[in-house]
Design a protein around this ligand. Structure first.
Ligand code: 3PG
Length: 380
């Protein structure tokens, strides 16, 4: 694959796949611009090279797919130019319209996931988008675990390369996985348990200690039959996990409430004593104590996924304490990744205290686990 710097971008239409899947309030307010900021060096480089820059991304929360119009003001502020949102990019005259745009200007295609062709990896959808550009730049390492049209099919139709952040992410994560200073401590939390269980099996081989957060802990306990009456049907792989492996550290206690966090019901307790209808929303004090002791002696630390619902002060203690204990280990090489993880790090003003922050969460874990990632394969 040719490097970004070896392309001649002048006067070319350059399609840039970004990950602007950022936290957003119900009123459409961007709550954290980290992912947008991390894409800036590549976008600014293309502007300087006098390309016509065509940005594209998805934006999807647990319940909806908001318009990318909410991202436009933030982009305009950071890039210092007016940016047009382009909803009709599949229309007949789209290529001509883009051709009329001045060199060095930027437009943003509307949320790719508005069209089912994106997630279904529809060839026609990818071909039509590709026809708008001359060169494709993938700056969304965090989406490379997805078999989606903009990630795996556009590179079939256009000369393609990776953005500056993508390149750095691959470089740092390769280094960490191949030659970590030991002890190597990996901390995994978050709610996307389904995507994280498979990589965990391989990650366990490279780590000296694997610390698992509350939701993953709950999923593991339930699949192993330690907790009954809860259902994590997708996570049958958990059965391959040998819980007697001394490297695995599961939460021993948690901050517990009822499904949907019913007001007034809150208790600390052992995970193995969870009652029906109860759920774990944070790791508990004893788990924090054990995890901190392990983190203190680490020489390499990699963290993905908050340990609880850090946005709610009732359930933020685990994430806050673990974040602080990571940065208090001055001698370790410290890497964290994932949208929510970085937002939590930001909340506690610890952004500059990590050696590297990746925008990728699940993709980062799959890369570390040595899995073949569709988005990377497609660029080869
Ligand atoms: C992420 O937030 O991890 C990436 O943007 C991928 O999003 P997805 O899990 O909705 O595919």
């Amino acid at each position: 694959m040719k490097k970004l710097e070896s392309f001649d971008f002048k006067g070319k239409n350059v399609l840039v796949r970004c990950d602007f899947n950022v936290p957003i309030s119900n009123e459409g307010q961007i709550l954290d611009n980290f992912r947008i900021k991390m894409a800036l060096p590549t976008i600014e480089y293309l502007v300087k090279e006098k390309a016509r820059v065509i940005l594209m991304s998805h934006l999807e929360t647990k319940t909806k797919k908001p318009s990318l119009k909410y991202v436009v003001p933030e982009l305009e502020k950071l890039l210092g130019q007016k940016i047009e949102l382009f909803p009709n990019y599949l229309g007949k005259n789209a290529r001509k319209k883009i051709g009329d745009i001045e060199q060095g200007r930027i437009i943003l295609l509307e949320n790719l996931r508005f069209n089912e062709g994106e997630k279904n990896n529809d060839k026609e959808f990818a071909k039509t988008i590709s026809s708008l550009g001359d060169i494709f730049v993938n700056e969304a390492f965090s989406v490379c675990h997805r078999n989606h049209a903009s990630i795996v099919s556009i590179p079939k139709y256009l000369p393609s390369t990776t953005g500056m952040l993508f390149e750095k992410e691959v470089k740092v994560l390769s280094k960490v996985s191949k030659k970590p200073n030991r002890p190597f401590v990996i901390i995994i939390g978050g709610i996307k348990t389904r995507e994280k269980i498979r990589p965990i099996l391989n990650i366990l081989k490279m780590a000296d200690h694997l610390l698992l957060g509350s939701k993953i802990g709950e999923a593991i306990f339930s699949e192993k039959g330690i907790l009954i009456g809860r259902d994590f049907p997708q996570e049958k792989l958990i059965n391959e996990l040998d819980l007697t492996n001394h490297k695995i550290h599961l939460p021993v206690d948690g901050i517990i409430s009822l499904e949907g966090v019913k007001e007034g019901y809150l208790r600390k307790g052992g995970i193995d004593g969870l009652r029906k209808k109860e759920e774990v929303f944070d790791i508990g004090p004893e788990t924090i104590r054990v995890f901190k002791k392990i983190i203190k002696d680490a020489k390499t630390i990699l963290w993905n996924g908050p340990l609880g619902i850090y946005e709610d002060e009732k359930f933020e203690m685990g994430t806050k304490e673990i974040a602080n204990s990571i940065v208090e280990n001055y001698s370790a090489f410290k890497v964290a990744g994932g949208g929510d993880t970085v937002s939590a790090i930001k909340k506690y003003n610890l952004i500059n205290k990590f050696d590297f922050l990746s925008i990728a969460g699940s993709a980062m874990l799959q890369f570390l686990a040595g899995e073949k990632m569709p988005g990377i394969q497609a660029l080869k």
